[in-house]
Design a protein around this ligand. Structure first.
Ligand code: PGA
Length: 256
């Protein structure tokens, strides 16, 4: 049985005070509802400057810490970059890689994402690897082909053991930050397809354990239907994770 996982991707939002408050409110919400924490793994992913603040706020709690990106090298002359080792040292357990905003706004390629994934895994991080089609790709009926490619290249060369530290996030680009979420049927189709690809490439055992999160305008109103789909194992939440009350409602939906 796969555990549900709800992660908040704060993107380039918050400041020191807001990061501290938000993380503390999530901790308090989970402490007040221990049954949720038993059923749902929870993480917050603040911007780099607020990792330490959030790490302090979640200390001793069931809330995990994640970053939103990393470089593939461990250290050196890479001005402006942050290494997986630094993330570990800052208290991170997770790193989001291959987010569509990095693929489409920063030009990250599948090869770079694969490089980063390997480096993050080598440094003991759990990778939340994002895949998802654009609107044009969906309209051209290329959704499953795009998912197949992104999954194949993103996880290329990983061992079965390493795959146990990979979480997939299906995030259709047209649903991110738009208020237009995928329907539960669309999400289920994509998730079941990705699990099939995982089984094909890494075997049925890896596939059955793989957590696949849905992301893209996931909010308290649509969370119960989306999270009830058999292959939807949780959510990667952007906008709604910036409000502790809304984020906790999604966690509650995941605990049902
Ligand atoms: P959204 O973002 O929930 O604001 O659509 C999700 C994401 O980009 O991870």
């Amino acid at each position: 049985m796969r555990r549900k996982f709800v992660a908040g991707n704060w993107k380039m939002n918050t400041d020191t005070a807001k990061a501290r408050d938000l993380a503390s409110q999530v901790v308090a919400g989970l402490a007040a509802n221990p049954a949720w924490a038993d059923k749902v793994q929870v993480a917050v992913c603040p911007p780099f400057p607020y990792l330490a603040v959030a790490a302090e706020a979640i200390k001793g709690s069931k809330v995990g810490l994640g970053a939103q990106n990393c470089h593939h090298e461990a250290s050196g002359a890479f001005t402006g970059e942050v290494s997986p080792a630094m993330l570990k040292d800052s208290g991170c357990h997770y790193v989001i890689l291959g987010h569509s905003e990095r693929r489409h706004k920063m030009g990250e390629t599948d090869a770079q994402i694969n490089h980063k994934t390997k480096a993050a895994l080598q440094h003991g991080l759990t990778v939340i690897l994002c895949v998802g089609e654009t609107l044009a790709e969906r309209q051209e009926q290329r959704t499953l082909a795009v998912l197949k490619e992104q999954f194949h290249h993103g996880c290329h060369g990983l061992s079965r053991e390493q795959m146990s530290n990979v979480v997939l996030a299906y995030e259709p680009v047209w649903a991110i930050g738009t208020g237009h979420n995928a329907t539960p049927e669309q999400a289920q189709e994509a998730h079941a397809f990705l699990r099939g690809r995982a089984s094909e490439e890494f075997g049925p055992e890896v596939a059955s354990k793989l957590q696949i999160l849905y992301g893209g305008s996931l909010v308290p109103d649509n969370a119960p239907q989306l999270l009830a789909q058999p292959d939807v194992d949780g959510g990667l939440i952007g906008g709604a994770s910036l409000d502790a009350g809304r984020f906790l409602k999604i966690i509650e939906a995941g605990a049902r």
